[in-house]
Ligand binder design. Structure first.
Ligand code: KG4
Ligand code: ZN
Length: 293
């Protein structure tokens, strides 16, 4: 991801995308009751485009603004459609920038019980993919090739981290050193083993992500588990979570593919619940690269 290019793309797209969305929804600007936008966390340049546009549009229409937390949005992707989880539940949010274990007590009352101390799960997929010469974002390609490979062919490092936290930087180093060593002996090593490498990398990431789940669910007395964020589109993770649910008698919530990666519906869903609570923002609000839940 090149932040500068991302902000320019936002500038280019924001007017046509908003017009298209209104047209598709069959809604006129004058009928809008508020404008919601993502305040953070994320890339500041892109957030600034959305914030400025939303403020101007709301001022022009003389309606209030609602600031949405992107990570809450991912969790609330479970309330776009049926079936909706009952509170409280645990949500493992796995995206390109975050890896969080979130205790969800209500639509807007959430508590992060654990998170990564370095790279995010999506970053681990993308960085491993880059080392194998795959294009960004590598996660979906690793998923695709992993289906053809042996997940136990190669063994990579798994971290030891305190309590409910995650770490993926050791795995990254472990993959890098292993590939460097093998490629020095055989320049075609990656090409010849791509499917098995992808399957083994994916298996290790899933092992790391799912390891604390049984303990945390038990300790928190929970019986509903959800996953959200871009990496929740991963077919291996979806399957594993489903299996864990069957084994432990948990109710499992896995978003539809279109609601896993970033989408406007999840932001609108958060905004809907904020609107019901009169949670409007001041016009002097500023975007936040870091914005805790
Ligand atoms: O939630 P998201 O769309 O954006 C952020 O908020 O970061 O997540 C994007 C991340 C990327 O790292 C991408 O590689 C990963 O989600 N991703 C996947 C899959 N689809 C998207 N990772 C593994 N398997 C997938 N099928
Ligand atoms: Zn996201």
């Amino acid at each position: 991801m090149v932040p500068e290019l991302a902000s320019r793309a936002h500038q280019q797209q924001i007017v046509p995308v908003v017009e298209m969305a209104l047209k598709k929804a069959g809604v006129e600007k004058k009928d809008l009751s508020a404008i919601a936008f993502t305040l953070g966390p994320g890339l500041l340049g892109s957030l600034l485009v959305g914030t400025s546009f939303a403020k101007s549009m709301a001022m022009g229409l003389d309606i209030p603004i609602i600031t949405v937390n992107h990570m809450k949005g991912h969790v609330l992707s479970h309330f776009i459609d049926e079936p909706k989880p009952q509170f409280p539940f645990l949500c493992l949010t796995v995206s390109g920038g975050h890896t969080q274990l979130v205790l969800v007590n209500d639509y807007l009352k959430m508590e992060v019980l654990g998170s990564t101390i370095d790279d995010a799960a999506g970053e681990a997929f993308d960085k491993a993919a880059k080392m194998m010469g795959l294009k960004y974002p590598g996660g979906p390609l690793v998923d695709k090739y992993a289906k053809e490979g042996d997940p136990h062919k190669f063994t990579f490092a798994q971290p030891k981290v305190p309590k409910w936290n995650y770490s993926f930087s050791g795995l990254k180093t472990s993959i890098l050193y292993y590939l460097q060593k093998q490629v020095a002996e055989n320049p075609d090593f990656i090409k010849e083993n791509l499917y098995d490498l992808c399957a083994s990398v994916q298996y290790t990431i899933i092992e790391i992500l799912t390891k604390p789940l049984e303990k945390i669910m038990k300790e928190q007395g929970l019986s509903s588990l959800a996953i959200a964020g871009g990496v929740s589109a991963n077919s291996g993770l979806r399957k594993r979570i489903q299996e864990m649910g069957e084994k432990n008698g948990w109710e499992i919530f896995i978003p539809k593919f279109e609601y896993c990666t970033d989408n406007a519906a999840m932001i609108a869903t958060s905004a809907h619940y904020q609107y019901l609570q009169n949670d409007f923002a001041d016009f002097d609000c500023v975007p936040k690269a870091r914005y805790p839940i």
